[in-house]
Design a protein around this ligand. Sequence first.
Ligand SMILES: Nc1ncnc2c1ncn2[C@@H]1O[C@H](COP(=O)(O)OP(=O)(O)OP(=O)(O)O)[C@@H](O)[C@H]1O
Length: 250
Amino acid sequence: MAAALEITGLTRRFGGLTALDGIDLTVEPGESLGLIGPNGSGKTSVFNLLTGHLAADAGSIRLSGREIAGLPSARIVRLGVARTFQNLRVLKRLTVYENLRAARHAAAPALESLWQSRAARRAERDAVMALLALFGLEDRAHDTSDSLTLMELRELEIARVMAADPALVLLDEPAAGMTAAETDRIGETIATHLLPGRSAIVIEHKIRFLTALCPRLAVLNAGRKIADGPSSAVLDDAAVRDSYFGSGSC
Ligand SMILES: Nc1ncnc2c1ncn2[C@@H]1O[C@H](COP(=O)(O)OP(=O)(O)OP(=O)(O)O)[C@@H](O)[C@H]1O
């Protein structure tokens, strides 16, 4: 079986800066990989290349065996890649319901047909409302998203990804800015609802949160991968501790 994701030799330069320098990374079907590294090490650039928001200077990105490097981002979404952002990107002027509907249609544009039958519209409404009910957001369905709390917005982002039903999920700091209790809650939501049956890469500085979700970690430093393996072994690695944690502990 092909890997869910196989990145080889991925390279991206910005002027004289090499942000990613020949990265190799594989994610197996159903696997969740944690991606860590100091600020500026290239983590978000990996996501931007994977989603087609940035073009690679060299290298290959294969999704279930199919090359996606160079494809437009809308096409990559339709091939089953969905992402959350460090700074939330839900469409704040749309209602909660409309956000999920837009995510479904971006992943499967055929749904957007003017000829959608009444039965299809009802099925869609039921699917979206069932998703909102999972997050306790059904009462907020017709509120605009700018009225939500940070916790509700993060849950809406997770629901938005689930509405697209992707094979590969990219989570960029899903617990950023959250209290310890909120971090626990969003971690449980991701583990229970989002990750089962999907492959994932999770970027997160909160290491305990990350290792609870991801049995494997890859570490970037200055655009290079310096470690990749079982989380506990990677966190014990001397080079990782030097580059990421300084001499401190996690
Ligand atoms: N669009 C861009 N134009 C110029 N330089 C960029 C661009 N995007 C990223 N960089 C640079 O590339 C390097 C890697 O950045 P990137 O955002 O991928 O790192 P990161 O590991 O995600 O950092 P952080 O943890 O701070 O989000 C940094 O030096 C950054 O300044």
